[in-house]
Design a protein around this ligand. Structure first.
Ligand SMILES: [Zn+2]
Length: 185
């Protein structure tokens, strides 16, 4: 045993019904130990010591691949963002609708993890509050896209022709927005 061995930090999860000790490397580069309630800390640390080589190797790989974690926003910050988003989206929709002259029932701002916006068959428009954090030309693309779904609930040529009336370079913007998709998570 190396006498100056640095202890490995870990997160302990207790599982009443588990029988075995399990090591897992979280994708943010953290060691997570799942242990039955009956196994004491000394035993856990002894096991970590025995598996040290394996753990250190995995941790190095995980940390190399770990994505920078964005600071978590507080509830208040998200609420403010939602208010701001609604204001922005409403004014942009009205602006573009001078061309389209469509009508909708309700605009809702949500905190979704997988999409920027959606349009329901009932004529409700939903937008992710993060749309307001996008560069304006991309936010406009999302807004026009959902607005045009009020007239065409599909992605047909007719739909894209409609989008092109106000966003002629919609293809480029659609491509560009994919680079921002990581923000959704
Ligand atoms: Zn669509």
């Amino acid at each position: 045993m190396d006498s100056v061995e640095k202890p490995i930090a870990y997160t302990l999860r207790r599982k009443r019904f588990s029988r075995v000790l399990r090591f897992a490397i979280h994708q943010d580069g953290r060691l997570v130990v799942t242990a039955p309630v009956l196994i004491g800390k000394r035993m856990i640390e002894k096991m970590i010591h025995e598996k040290r080589e394996w753990i250190l190797e995995k941790l190095t790989v995980a940390r190399k691949n770990a994505k920078p974690v964005a600071p978590k926003r507080t509830r208040k910050e998200i609420a403010d963002d939602k208010d701001r988003a609604l204001e922005l989206i409403q004014s942009r929709i009205e602006h573009f609708n001078l061309v389209y002259r469509l009508s909708w029932k309700r605009i809702a701002i949500r905190n979704q993890k997988t999409r920027w916006g959606s349009c329901s068959g009932k004529g409700n428009l939903n937008f992710n509050y993060k749309v307001a954090l996008l560069p304006p030309h991309l936010a406009d693309y999302i807004i026009v896209h959902e607005l045009c779904h009020l007239a065409q609930m599909n992605h047909s040529k007719k739909f894209w022709d409609l989008v092109a009336q106000t966003i002629p370079d919609w293809r480029d913007r659609r491509k560009e927005i994919r680079e921002h998709e990581i923000r959704l998570r």
